[in-house]
Design a binder for this molecule. Structure first.
Ligand code: NAD
Length: 442
C-alpha cells in the first residue's frame, strides 16, 4: 500500500541549496547541518511516523513551535489512523499541513518513504518496538529527530539507539527524547535544586506509576494476528516492552534524573499478573516492583501497576543527606525540606511540557544549537527493561547483562500474517522469542 515517493521539484532545488551552503560554509557547516540551511524564514519540513494519539499531538506542537514548520509527510501502518490524524491536523493547522496525497505512506516501509520525502525533521511515535530501526534510518539520512519514549523494548534495540545517538551528535543533528518531564518547568526547577545539592547526596529515590489499565482492542473478524497485535500493541511485550517500559519508564527516568544519570549495578524485581485476563490482555504483567542497586552503595525503588479500582499515584520521594524532596507530577507539587527548604509556587500555569519540547527543539534547529538526549533517554529505557527482565526471570539482572543481552523481541519479518502470542512469563521459566520463532518457523 506504499505510495510513490518522488521528491517535488521545489525539494530538488532546496537540496542544491543545502549542498551549496555546506560547500561554502566548510567543515563547521558540514558537521552541523543545523547551521546554514534552516534559518530565518526558511520552512522546516516535518515528517510524522506513527500517526496515533501522541504523534498527532507532537505534530501539532511542532507546528505551534515555529511558524515556518510545515507538516510535509506522514506515515503509518494503517491508512485509517493516518487519515484521521491528517484530518484532525488539517482542521487545527490549516496551511501548515502540506501533506499531498503522494506523501502519505502506509505500511511497514512507510518510515523510509517519509524520511526520504525531503523532510528536515522526523517525529517517531510508533510503538517502541520499531523505534531503533526508524531512528537508525533517520540518522543515516541526517534528519533531526524527535522520538517518543521508550526508545526500545530490549537490550538489542537500546544498543542500536546508543550508537545512532552518538552518530547524530557527531554529524550535528538534533535528537530529542520524549521523556517530557525533563521539559516540565516545575520539575526542572526542582531537580535543578536537587542536582545543585539542595538535599545533599541523594541516598534513595522511590518513584511510583500506579494507574488504571489502558484500553484494549478486542480482535475483529478479518484481522490477522499481526493486525490485531499492532492495533492492541500496548498489551504485547514485543511491541511495548510491557507497561514498566512503555508507561512507567517516565517514573524510572525520574530516578535516573535524581541520581544524575548514575548507572545502576543491577536490579532485583518482582512482578506478575493478577487482574489482566483474556486474549486482548496479551502477554504483559499488571504490576512490578524494582530495587535498583548503585555502585555508591545506595538503592532506589520503583513500583508500577495498571489495575482498575486501585489507588493512583505518580510521585517521587528523594532522601538526601541534608533533606528530602517530594514531587507529585500530577500535582504539580515540588517540595524540598531540610536545610534548603523550598516549595514550587505556581504564579501562572506552567506551559505544556509537550509544547516546551518542540519549542526548544525547533529553536535549536533554527539557531544551529544541538540537543542530544541520547545518554539519559537510553539509560532510563534500559533501566525499565532490566526491571522487566528481572521480574520475568526471577533473577537479579545487572545493567551490563541487560545492555549486552542478545534478546531481540518480536518477529524478524513484518507482514500481515501469523504472529505467536507468548505465554505470560512465569518467573524461573522465561519466555524466549528465539525458541518461539524457531517453533513458528518465522
Ligand atoms: N511522552 C508521553 O507522555 C507519551 C504519551 C503517550 C504515548 N507516548 C509514546 O508514544 C508512542 C506512541 O503512543 P500512542 O499513544 O500515540 O499510540 P497510538 O497507538 O495512538 O499510535 C501509534 C501509531 O503508530 C502506528 N504504527 C504502528 N506500527 C507502525 C509502523 N511500523 N510504522 C508506522 N506506523 C506504525 C499505529 O498504527 C498508530 O497509529 C509510544 O511509544 C508511547 O509510549 C508517550
Amino acid at each position: 500500500m506504499t505510495q510513490s515517493n518522488q521528491p517535488p521539484a521545489s525539494d530538488v532545488t532546496r537540496r542544491h541549496f543545502v549542498r551549496a551552503s555546506s560547500a561554502t560554509l566548510g567543515v563547521a557547516a558540514m558537521s552541523s547541518p543545523a547551521l546554514g540551511w534552516i534559518q530565518g524564514s526558511d520552512t522546516i519540513k516535518v515528517g510524522l511516523i506513527g500517526c496515533g494519539g501522541r504523534g498527532t499531538g507532537a505534530a501539532g506542537q511542532a507546528m505551534r513551535a515555529d511558524d515556518g514548520v510545515r507538516l510535509w509527510a506522514m506515515g503509518d501502518a494503517f491508512d485509517d489512523r493516518l487519515a484521521s490524524s491528517h484530518g484532525y491536523l488539517t482542521d487545527g493547522h490549516g496551511d501548515q499541513v502540506q501533506v499531498d496525497p503522494e506523501r502519505r505512506f502506509v505500511g511497514f516501509d512507510a518510515f523510509q518513504n517519509v524520511i526520504d520525502s525531503g523532510v528536515d525533521v522526523v517525529i517517531l511515535t510508533t510503538p517502541p518496538h520499531f523505534r531503533p530501526e526508524h531512528f537508525k534510518y533517520a540518522v543515516d539520512k541526517k534528519k533531526h529527530v524527535f522520538m517518543e519514549k521508550p526508545m526500545a523494548v530490549d537490550g538489542t534495540g537500546v544498543r542500536s539507539v546508543i550508537a545512532d545517538a552518538q552518530r547524530a551528535s557527531e554529524q550535528g543533528t538534533n535528537v530529542m527524547g520524549g521523556f517530557c518531564w525533563r521539559y516540565h518547568h516545575p520539575s526542572r526547577e526542582c531537580y535543578k535544586r536537587v542536582l545543585d545539592g539542595a538535599i545533599g547526596d541523594v541516598k534513595c529515590v522511590h518513584s511510583t506509576y500506579l494507574s488504571g489499565p489502558l484500553g484494549t482492542k478486542p480482535r475483529q473478524d478479518g484481522w490477522s494476528d499481526m493486525e490485531w497485535q499492532m492495533r492492541n500493541w500496548q498489551h504485547f511485550n514485543w511491541l511495548s516492552g510491557d507497561h514498566i517500559t512503555e508507561q512507567a519508564c517516565h517514573a524510572i527516568d525520574k530516578i535516573n534524573w535524581a541520581k544524575n544519570n548514575m548507572q545502576p549495578d543491577r536490579c532485583i524485581a518482582l512482578g506478575g499478573r493478577q487482574m489482566r485476563s483474556g486474549p486482548e490482555s496479551g502477554d504483559i504483567y499488571d504490576h512490578f516492583s524494582v530495587v535498583y542497586e548503585y555502585p555508591d552503595g545506595t538503592r532506589s525503588f520503583h513500583d508500577c501497576r495498571q489495575m482498575p479500582n486501585c489507588w493512583s499515584n505518580n510521585t517521587e520521594k528523594l532522601f538526601g543527606t541534608k533533606g528530602d524532596c517530594y514531587i507529585n507530577s500530577w500535582g504539580p507539587t515540588n517540595i524540598i525540606t531540610g536545610e534548603n527548604a523550598w516549595e514550587y509556587e505556581e504564579t501562572s500555569p506552567a506551559p505544556s511540557m509537550y509544547q516546551v519540547e518542540h519549542n526548544e527543539l525547533f529553536k535549536a534547529i533554527r539557531n544551529g544549537d544541538l540537543i542530544n538526549d541520547g545518554s539519559e533517554m537510553t539509560r532510563s529505557t534500559l533501566m525499565s527493561i532490566m526491571g522487566r527482565m528481572s521480574a520475568y526471570t526471577g533473577q537479579p539482572v545487572t545493567y551490563e547483562e541487560a545492555l549486552n543481552s542478545t534478546e531481540r523481541l518480536g518477529p524478524t519479518v513484518y507482514e500481515w500474517g501469523d504472529v505467536p502470542v507468548l505465554n505470560v512469563p512465569v518467573p524461573g521459566t522465561p519466555a524466549d522469542w528465539s525458541a518461539i520463532q524457531a517453533n513458528a518457523g518465522s
